[in-house]
Design a protein around this ligand. Structure first.
Ligand SMILES: [Zn+2]
Ligand SMILES: [Zn+2]
Length: 302
């Protein structure tokens, strides 16, 4: 259903067991990776929910701002109150020392710049699931092939200590995802055998659904069950150049200047702006030399 100049991709057939002869019942659709204007995205939570309900056939979305779960919780509550057909999984994209990690089904923030292993254990301790976004990409702060192999080699010990990924975001339609797509897909098929998901990593509403995960069922709980059972499939297409540029300017501005100010404010406890009122673009800039996560993200992650 989704196609365009970015090239159609469907990682599902190759990544899951054959499904020939299965019932024609429609599988649920979920976009499990996106950002809001509370973070470095451009669209507000209400704008995102309106777009999802009116312009897509997604049953489930996950909101995954960088190191900040507030918008995800707001979206989940807003969607539930309005009783629409779309369910919201609260999540966050955590900046670890080894790269970004998506935490889904979590309701709290996690400390930035911890080790990958500490973060994975903390996600599972919190009852969440951990997904590796844009795996092996050299255009953003991504988990490397070496770390994916190392975690895989931990086997049962990794499961026992919570040090494992529940799924691989094998399809991320941004340029950061595109550059590593084939390598990550092939590594997973040959060795890792992780359940696959796709998420748009949209930083603006109009890119939501460009990549999506299908699963048996319709609900967020069904998504979780499908990840556990390895029955998810990844679908979508890479963004066109025009789509990439459509968000590049303002998203870069927000990631470089607004988010660092907010993080300093949060660390210092000097401000905690309400979710619905982003700070003024004229707020004074702060020094934040160590904030590598979003600077790297700017280059390519949308
Ligand atoms: Zn990322
Ligand atoms: Zn992201």
């Amino acid at each position: 259903m989704i196609s365009g100049g970015g090239g159609v991709v469907d990682a599902g057939q190759a990544e899951t067991a054959g499904n020939a002869g299965a019932s024609p019942v429609r599988r649920g659709r979920a976009d499990l990776h996106m950002h809001t204007a509370v973070g470095d995205g451009l669209s507000s939570v209400p704008e995102i929910l309106r777009y999802v309900v009116e312009e897509t056939d997604l049953d489930v979305i996950a909101i995954t701002d960088h190191d900040d779960v507030r918008a995800a919780l707001e979206a989940r509550d807003l969607a539930a109150r309005h009783g629409g057909r779309t369910e919201v999984i609260p999540g966050t994209e955590i900046t670890t020392r080894q790269g970004h990690v998506l935490a889904l089904f979590v309701e709290r923030d996690f400390p930035m710049m911890q080790s990958l292993d500490q973060t994975l254990a903390a996600i599972h301790e919190s009852g969440g699931i951990a997904v590796c976004p844009h795996p092996m990409s050299w255009l953003t702060t991504a988990i490397s092939e070496a770390h994916l192999r190392r975690l895989h080699a931990l086997g049962d010990d990794g499961r026992a200590s919570g040090t494992y990924f529940d799924a691989l975001e094998v399809l991320n339609p941004s340029i950061a995802g595109r550059v590593a797509y084939a390598r990550a897909k092939n590594l997973n098929r040959a060795e890792l055998h992780l359940p696959v998901i796709a998420g748009s990593d949209a930083h603006a509403a109009h890119l939501i659904g460009t990549a999506y995960t299908t699963f048996p069922g319709r609900t967020a709980a069904d998504v979780r069950a499908a990840v556990a059972a390895g029955t998810t499939r990844a679908h979508g297409r890479f963004w066109t150049l025009g789509e990439t540029w459509s968000i590049a300017g303002e998203s870069t501005y927000r990631a470089w200047f607004i988010l660092p100010v907010r993080r300093v404010q949060r660390v210092l406890g000097t401000a905690n702006p309400p979710v619905s009122q982003p700070p003024s673009p004229t707020a004074p800039l702060a020094q934040n030399e160590g904030d590598m996560g979003d600077r790297a993200e700017v280059a390519a992650d949308g």
